[in-house]
Ligand binder design. Structure first.
Ligand code: AMP
Ligand code: ZN
Length: 110
């Protein structure tokens, strides 16, 4: 189910045109608008969940995580390595309230 006025709902479901790095029936991945690394992709469910704490069904969590190495392959960082981050809630500075998995890579990290 989508949520009104949620930008990631609109991006994941094609209501706002964007280039998808990877897509299945349940999840979509697109480039972060403000990349912190050479590769910075966000993987999101097509249905709206506010955060990792939003009682996401296990099957959908699995679909999100299964998408991560596919995104890494599609962006050329599968072999070199990547970092996966899910900011959750205020102390973690979650700014967009639609759960998203950051997939970051393309250069050596600390
Ligand atoms: P977080 O701090 O984990 O909530 O991260 C939100 C991320 O979404 C940030 O890295 C933003 O650069 C990114 N972002 C915000 N709006 C958009 C957008 N319209 N398209 C792509 N990425 C976005
Ligand atoms: Zn949403």
């Amino acid at each position: 189910m989508q949520k009104e006025d949620c930008i990631f709902c609109k991006l994941a479901n094609g209501e706002i045109p964007t280039t998808l790095v990877y897509e299945t029936d349940k999840v979509a991945a697109f480039n972060d608008a403000n990349p912190k690394m050479p590769i910075h992709v966000l993987v999101v469910p097509k249905d709206h969940y506010a955060s990792l704490s939003d009682d996401i069904p296990a099957e959908l969590l699995g679909a999100l995580m299964k998408a991560v190495p596919e995104v890494a392959k599609a962006t050329g960082i599968y072999e070199s390595g990547y970092r996966v981050v899910i900011n959750t809630g205020d102390d973690a500075n979650q700014t967009v309230k639609h759960v998203h998995v950051h997939v970051i890579g393309g250069a050596q990290m600390q």
